[in-house]
Design a protein around this ligand. Structure first.
Ligand code: IMP
Ligand code: MG
Length: 176
């Protein structure tokens, strides 16, 4: 599916190949262990599901929804839990699957909050990272792609709730 308003930054095949790599790396790093994947809704959903399919280990998945952005492209306010996890993470090897690390604010609040629930370990796996925008110092173990400071959509990422279903990563050039 192509959208004439969106300039392609990363083709579907590139994204899929990179998620293959991340899945293999995680499979290797957690050999002999179980993984509990936490998907951060809504943006992380497409990535988390693709990643889960490529981790060749016993795996469970849970979903949470946090929000710090409204229908605009500028960060605002503090992070709110809109939907909490269903299951305990105590003693589990948690990997947070995020769509994008931008300022780092969301994860800088989310990780300490989840640490209090006593997981065995906790790491971040993000499909995209915009290091130029970073304001909070967070430790991201797995990064799919480092991208320039442009507002991107597709593969779960939205602009005013649109474009999540694009199977590639792109930049909105017009929105009609
Ligand atoms: P952070 O807290 O500033 O790191 O940003 C976290 C959230 O902002 C991400 O999980 C996205 O949902 C959203 N976000 C940041 N940059 C973009 C972008 O380029 N496109 C779409 N959503 C974005
Ligand atoms: Mg997100």
């Amino acid at each position: 599916m192509k959208d004439s308003n969106v300039r392609v930054m990363l083709e579907e095949s590139e994204v899929d190949a990179r998620i293959d790599d991340l899945g293999s790396q995680i499979t290797k790093d957690y050999e002999g262990e179980e993984v509990h994947l936490i998907c951060v809704l809504k943006g992380g959903a497409f990535f988390a599901c693709e990643l889960a399919k490529r981790i060749d280990l016993p795996l469970s998945i849970d979903f949470m929804c946090v929000s710090s952005y409204g229908n605009n492209t500028v960060s605002s306010g503090t992070v709110k839990i809109v939907k909490d996890l269903d299951e305990s993470i105590e003693g589990k090897n948690v990997i947070i699957a995020e769509d994008i690390v931008d300022s780092g604010k969301t994860l800088s609040e989310l990780v300490p909050m989840l640490m209090k629930r006593n997981p065995k370990s906790i790491e971040i796996c993000t499909l995209l990272s915009k290091p130029e925008r970073r304001e909070y110092d967070i430790n991201v173990k797995y990064t799919g792609f480092t991208i320039p400071d442009e507002f991107v959509v597709g593969y779960g990422l939205d602009y005013a709730q649109k474009y999540r279903n694009l199977p590639y990563i792109g930049v909105v050039e017009s929105d009609d």
